[in-house]
Design a protein around this ligand. Structure first.
Ligand code: TXA
Ligand code: MG
Length: 362
C-alpha cells in the first residue's frame, strides 16, 4: 500500500497555473522522472502516467490497473518535437491532422522507433501518440521532460475516471499522487486513428469524429468491429475482433448489470419501460439511464439523466460518472437508452455497447 496524495491544480482567469498548481506539477514531474506513477487530468478522461521510456515505470501502470499486458498504451507528448524520437517516420497525414487537432482528443498510431519500450506497445511495431489539450497534462509532461505513457486512470474494466474522486475510488493506495484538475470537459477517450494502413482506419471512435477526419483526409475507414450497426442483434461474441487490442476487453462496466436498448426514440422508450417493469417484478433494483427528452416517460422508476439528445457532448461528459452513480445508489440493473450512431454518437454507442451485458434492438 502506498498513501495517495491528492493535490488540486488550478489555473487563474488567464489560464496560468496558480503558485500551488506550479508546486503540484513540480512534485508530479519529480515522481515521473524517478519512474513513479502520477494520475492527471486530460480533456477526455483522467490518465495514469509513467515515464514512457522506462520499462520499469510502465510496468507499474499495468500492476496498478490490473491491465492485461497485451493492451498497448498511448504515449502523451507536450510538443511536436517530442514525436520524432518515438516514431520511424511521420507521414504527411500526421502533420495535417496534428495541425488541425493537436493538442486534442486524437491519438495517432504510427510506426514505432526502437526507443519505445516493448511494454508500451505490447510488442506491436506501432506506437499510439497524442498531445492532450489540458493545461495540467501539458505542464506535467513538460515538467517531467519525458513522454508520458498513460491509459485511463481506472481499474481495468471499470468506467473511465472523469473526476479525481473516481481515480481515488479505483487507485487510492496504489499510486503516490493524483493531480486534481476538476471534472474533465469531454468524457470519452480520444479517437484512435491508425495511420499505418491505407486508407487510415479509426480503431476507437471519439470526439474527433469520422466526419471530421474525412474532411481533412478524404477516405477514412472505421474498424468494422466499431461500426455496431452490422451486429446490433447479435451477442458480443459474434462481433468481429477489433484491431485496437484494448477494444476486445470488457470495459466501462459498473457492478450493476447493464442492458442497452437501441432503436427509434418512441419504440426505445416503450421497450425501456417494459423492461424496467419486468425486472422490477423480479425483485431487482432497477435504474434507468434516461435523456432529458425522455425522462418524463419513466415516472415511478429510479432514473438518472445523462444529458440531452439535442447536444451529445452533454451525454458524453456524463456517461462514465453516471455508471458509477448507479452503483452508488445500489442499482442492480441499469437500463440504458441508446443514442444516434452518427458523429459523437458513435463514440457514445461504442462505450455503451461495451459496457452492456445485453443489447436489445427495437
Ligand atoms: O483519451 C485517451 O485516449 C485517454 C487519456 C488518458 O489520454 N487514454 C486512454 O488510454 O484511453 P487507454 O489505455 O485506456 O486506451 C488506449 C487504447 C486501447 O484501446 C489500446 O488498445 C489502443 O488505444 N492502442 C494503444 N496503442 C496502440 C497501437 N499501437 N495500435 C493499436 N491500438 C493501440
Ligand atoms: Mg481505458
Amino acid at each position: 500500500m502506498t498513501s495517495t496524495k491528492c493535490l488540486e491544480v488550478k489555473t487563474d482567469k488567464s489560464g496560468e497555473l496558480t503558485p500551488e498548481g506550479v508546486a503540484a506539477i513540480g512534485e508530479g514531474g519529480e515522481i515521473l522522472r524517478h519512474n513513479g506513477l502520477v494520475a492527471f487530468p486530460t480533456e477526455t478522461v483522467y490518465g495514469l502516467g509513467a515515464n514512457a521510456l522506462s520499462p520499469e515505470a510502465v510496468e507499474g501502470i499495468f500492476r496498478a490497473k490490473g491491465r492485461p499486458g497485451d493492451n498497448p498504451l498511448i504515449v502523451h507528448i507536450a510538443h511536436w518535437s517530442m514525436l520524432e524520437p518515438l516514431v520511424k517516420a511521420i507521414p504527411p497525414e500526421a502533420r495535417q491532422l496534428a495541425e488541425k487537432f493537436w493538442p486534442g482528443p486524437l491519438t495517432l498510431v504510427l510506426p514505432s522507433s526502437s526507443q519505445v519500450p516493448q511494454v508500451v506497445t505490447a510488442g506491436l511495431p506501432t506506437v499510439a501518440v497524442r498531445m492532450p489539450d489540458h493545461p495540467v497534462a501539458l505542464a506535467l509532461i513538460k515538467e517531467a521532460g519525458v513522454p508520458v505513457a498513460a491509459p485511463s486512470a481506472n481499474t481495468s474494466g471499470k468506467p473511465s475516471p472523469t473526476a479525481a474522486v473516481h481515480v481515488l475510488e479505483d487507485l487510492g493506495g496504489k499510486v503516490p499522487l493524483v493531480l486534481d484538475g476538476g471534472p474533465v470537459g469531454l468524457g470519452v477517450e480520444s479517437t484512435v486513428l491508425d495511420l499505418t494502413v491505407s486508407p487510415p482506419m479509426v480503431l476507437r471512435p471519439g470526439s474527433i469524429t469520422l466526419e471530421m477526419l474525412r474532411d481533412v483526409l478524404g477516405q477514412v475507414d472505421l474498424d468494422p468491429a466499431m461500426a455496431g450497426m452490422d451486429f446490433p442483434h447479435s451477442h458480443k461474441q459474434e462481433a468481429p475482433a477489433p484491431k485496437a487490442p484494448g477494444m476486445k476487453y470488457a470495459h466501462y462496466s459498473p457492478e450493476a448489470e447493464v442492458v442497452l436498448v437501441d432503436g427509434p426514440v418512441e419504440e426505445m422508450t416503450a421497450a425501456v419501460l417494459d423492461l424496467a417493469a419486468a425486472r422490477q417484478r423480479q425483485g431487482l433494483k432497477v435504474g434507468i439511464m434516461a435523456s432529458r427528452e425522455t425522462v418524463a416517460s419513466y415516472q415511478g422508476f429510479f432514473t438518472l439523466v445523462i444529458g440531452s439528445r439535442q447536444d451529445l457532448t452533454t451525454v458524453a461528459v456524463n456517461l462514465y460518472s453516471l455508471l458509477r452513480d448507479f452503483d452508488r445508489h445500489g442499482v442492480q440493473v441499469v437500463i440504458a437508452e441508446g443514442f444516434s450512431w452518427q458523429g459523437l454518437g458513435l463514440a457514445i454507442m461504442n462505450r455503451l455497447t461495451k459496457a452492456a451485458d445485453k443489447i436489445i434492438k427495437v
